[in-house]
Design a binder for this molecule. Structure first.
Ligand SMILES: Cc1cc2nc3c(=O)[nH]c(=O)nc-3n(C[C@H](O)[C@H](O)[C@H](O)COP(=O)(O)OP(=O)(O)OC[C@H]3O[C@@H](n4cnc5c(N)ncnc54)[C@H](O)[C@@H]3O)c2cc1C
Length: 467
């Protein structure tokens, strides 16, 4: 007999990307909340839906962390992943989300082509105004709770380039586009292109042009980043996230001072990427190892630079205008990131999922609200991270530690000391060995220890059977 669940509270979720999808699922899991997801585009998936007008990735984008990190804790990937494949392409991420939505029966809760234009709190209700993008009609609905899941890759950063008069550049026929509008190098076949910025998008786009042997491509950036490959060699060849995301080694890292942490990380990366130390202007020399250097994930970029498939310059604000003129640049692709507001802390799948579990449990009355002081402190910490210079590519690089912190609050993290004594095998698997999101379903509400243990054992056997 089917149980009838009485959902007593309504929740509006703005945005149908990864964050909105998992928040919808976790709202239903509380048994209390009835979710409505407002999505302005025609489909779900957010940046991973390249078919929609608002999709922010391009055809050749591959995830920069492996399939083991690009998944939620209770839903493994399906048969669309090819044997031996670790990193997903855009369509595969979208397929994963489709199967997740089907499995948890979420689609009926979505309202597509509905753009939220305002949300006001009054008399204990959120008054949400949204526009039907098909008919241009505007409507208002009231909800008990509101979640803003509009993504941190939605609003492009300001179009500016120190020392360059961009208005005159445009008046003279030059075009400027943001990386979020980029789809393929074929769009710019005969152009003389300058890509600005060296985070993941900037380096990926430069690489994309190199693949078609584009005749002229210039890469300009302010400071060198470590350009790391998707695989590290640590006795075995493993996806980078499998090497870095590990509870015991992250605990050691967190115990180090900032200086020691920088020295350790820079030393490790230098040993993994010797080519970078030989190439100007991306070189990060030993005497710079005391400082923090951002990281971007991009295979083949350094080899393309070594083989002169593109030109690269750094820190030339003063004569950038001259270079643009002398080199007859006619297209500038601004890969200068996005305006970071305080919507969902989009990071990797498992962290977003934990945040969704926490907030929906709070709204459902299954977890106490944080105090006002705790909220203010959290907001301040988050703002400091988001507006730090150099800007972080992903707000939370301390991924495992940050995620474990949330898991601890919602009761989804096993007590490691207790586990070490009671179940040394499982302790070894989830503390000493590489991290897997399924470890967040071993204990607590909505846990499924049997399924989680199976997923973790399969994952470790896959990793350790590799050469
Ligand atoms: C090029 C690129 C590569 C990346 N690679 C990875 C990776 O390998 N692994 C990884 O984990 N993360 C990666 N990310 C990070 C990525 O942000 C997350 O994976 C994830 O997509 C964030 O999901 P989200 O739902 O928070 O935001 P989004 O995917 O941006 O979704 C937000 C949704 O909100 C909708 N929306 C916005 N405003 C409104 C409104 N007013 N009304 C209604 N709907 C609205 C948008 O249409 C969109 O569908 C990458 C990001 C980029 C840009």
């Amino acid at each position: 007999m089917e149980t009838i669940v009485l959902r007593t509270k309504t929740i509006a979720i703005i945005g149908g990307g990864i964050s909105g999808i998992v928040t919808c699922k976790e709202s239903l899991a509380t048994g209390v909340l009835l979710p409505t997801v407002f999505e302005k585009s025609e489909g779900f998936g957010g940046i991973w839906n390249i078919d929609t007008r608002f999709g922010r990735t391009w055809n050749s984008v591959k995830t920069n962390v492996s399939k083991y990190t690009c998944m939620f804790s209770d839903f493994p990937h399906g048969s669309y992943i090819k044997e031996g494949q670790d990193f997903l392409d855009t369509d595969q991420v979208h397929q994963y989300l489709k199967e997740y939505i089907d499995h948890f029966k979420l689609l009926d809760h979505f309202k597509f082509q509905k753009m939220v234009t305002s949300a006001r709190y009054s008399d204990g209700k959120w008054c949400v105004t949204y526009s039907n993008l098909k008919t241009d009609e505007s409507k208002i609905e009231n909800f008990d709770y509101l979640i803003v899941a509009t993504g941190i890759h939605t609003i492009p950063s300001k179009e500016e380039l120190k020392g360059v008069d961009l208005e005159t550049f445009k008046k003279q026929g030059g075009q400027i586009i943001h990386s979020s509008m980029y789809k393929s190098p074929l769009q710019f076949k005969d152009n003389r292109v300058m890509v600005v910025g060296n985070s993941n998008s900037g380096c990926d786009i430069v690489n994309d042009f190199c693949k078609i042997n584009h005749s002229f491509i210039y890469h300009y950036f302010k400071r060198p980043y470590w350009v790391i490959p998707r695989y590290f060699s640590v006795g075995k060849i493993l996806p980078l996230d499998i090497v870095i995301f590990n509870r015991s080694s992250q605990a050691k890292t967190m115990a180090r001072s900032t200086l020691e942490r920088n020295q350790f990380l820079n030393g490790f990366l230098a040993s993994q990427i010797p080519l970078q130390e030989q190439l100007e202007p991306v070189r990060i020399s030993k005497d710079q190892h005391n400082d923090y250097h951002p990281v971007c994930v991009c295979d083949g970029y350094l080899e393309n630079l070594r083989d002169s498939k593109f030109k690269s310059i750094s820190k030339v604000d003063d004569n950038l205008q001259q270079i643009i003129t002398n080199e007859n640049i006619d297209t500038i692709i601004m890969a200068n990131g996005f305006y970071c507001d305080l919507s969902y802390l989009s990071s990797y799948f498992p962290t977003v999922e934990l945040q969704a579990r926490m907030i929906t449990m709070i709204f459902a009355g299954q977890l106490p609200y944080p105090t006002e002081q705790e909220m203010k402190r959290g907001l301040k910490e988050e703002e400091d991270i988001r507006y730090s210079i150099p800007k972080k590519i992903s707000p939370h690089n301390d991924f495992v530690d940050f995620s474990d912190g949330i898991a601890r609050v919602i009761g989804a993290l096993p007590d490691m000391r207790e586990l070490e004594l009671s179940n040394p095998e499982l302790y070894n698997e989830i503390y000493m060995m590489p991290f897997h999101p399924a470890s967040y379903r071993l204990v607590g509400s909505h846990s499924n220890p049997e399924q989680s243990t199976k997923i973790i054992k399969q994952f470790l056997s896959d990793i350790y059977s590799r050469q």
